[in-house]
Design a binder for this molecule. Structure first.
Ligand code: NAD
Length: 316
């Protein structure tokens, strides 16, 4: 009997990469996981460490430190490699250095004959996803970034707590840049099929717009707070990446807020930004266009303009 071998190539075995790998193992998401890092010793050590947990996992994953040649038959190439900001370094300079890093990663992946889907987590994730698409020459529907998937999970958690509803029954999204210009289109937020604004109207003041704005501010600033407390964020993003991976490998057609190239949707063109998309085995099956109001469309436009400027600055 032929059995499909679900294979993931993970590039960057730092905190984010390994939180993702750990979640993959615990959720038995794939059959083969190859770890690649410029620091090969680290990748070898991480593979050993994970392999030693196999006996307790109920999974029979094949895990090893490999090279870009191993990407040939991978279903997904996941990139969370990057260099950290040096003291006093400008955002643009950091971006240029990460672009060089991506060149050294994406070129050998495509040269290996890789014909799968790229998933990018390195920050600034929307711009790094755009860069991956440009270097690889892949169809943009096969190149996606984690976008606002984690921000959306944070929103659902906080909104669930506030409304005392299971977050799985909260349908609300954070969209736009994964960063300062992201926002919540409240006109589209629902609990089951009831709009949050109707809940506000009926609540006699116990649910109010001011509290909702505080929640979206908390989502926007969550990463800063975690970094202040523990220097980096990795578990949440690792789980968000695992969720996206499951949607791809399982051909789920699930709606997730990933960074996707807009080609006319929301009146935008040629920019990668976090929006709800239907994800299946081919990557982005379709970008969902929400019925945003004028104010929300303006906010999304501001976010897209910020990202476009950032990408264009790289040419200067
Ligand atoms: P880290 O420093 O722990 O790991 C980075 C890894 O990349 C290291 O192992 C390093 O050796 C490797 N690397 C560097 N240059 C490389 C190259 N040329 N080829 C192969 N590997 C190379 O960093 P981290 O905490 O794991 O974060 C990784 C990235 O994820 C950062 O850009 C971070 O900002 C981002 N991040 C994104 C989100 C999100 O929501 N998208 C959330 C958290 C972190």
């Amino acid at each position: 009997m032929k059995r499909d071998n679900r294979k993931i190539a993970l590039i960057g075995t730092g905190m984010v990469g390994m939180s993702y790998a750990y979640a993959l193992l615990n959720q038995s998401v794939c059959d083969e996981l190859v770890l690649i890092d410029v620091n090969r010793e680290r990748a070898v050590g991480e593979a050993m460490d994970l392999n030693h947990g196999l006996a307790f996992s109920g999974s029979s994953m094949k895990i090893y430190a490999g090279s870009y040649r191993d990407c040939t038959d991978a279903d997904i190439a996941v990139i969370c490699a990057g260099v950290a900001q040096k003291p006093g370094e400008s955002r643009l300079n950091l971006l240029k250095r990460n672009m060089t890093v991506f060149q050294s990663i994406v070129d050998p992946i495509t040269a290996s004959g890789f014909n799968g889907i790229f998933l990018v987590a390195t920050n600034p994730v929307d711009v790094m996803t755009h860069i991956t698409c440009a270097i690889s020459g892949f169809n943009p529907r096969r190149v996606l970034g984690t976008g606002t998937a984690l921000d959306t999970a944070r929103l659902r958690y906080l909104l669930g707590e506030y409304l005392r509803v299971d977050p799985r029954n909260v349908h609300a999204y954070v969209i736009g840049e994964h960063g300062d210009t992201e926002f919540v289109p409240w006109s589209q937020a629902m609990v089951a099929t009831k709009s949050v604004s109707a809940l506000c109207d009926e609540s006699h003041g116990s649910v109010c717009a001011g509290d909702l704005e505080k929640i979206s501010e908390e989502v926007r600033t969550a990463a800063y707070k975690i970094i202040e407390a523990k220097n980096a964020t990795y578990y949440g993003i690792g789980m968000a990446m695992t969720r996206i991976t499951k949607a791809i490998l399982g051909d789920e057609h699930s709606v997730l807020t990933v960074s996707a190239m807009l080609r006319g949707e929301y009146g935008q063109n040629g920019v990668f930004v976090g929006v709800p998309c239907i994800i299946n085995q081919n990557g982005i099956q379709r970008v969902l266009t929400l019925d945003l109001n004028d104010e929300e469309l303006k906010k999304l436009d501001q976010s897209c303009q910020t990202l476009k400027r950032c990408y264009e600055e790289l040419d200067d």
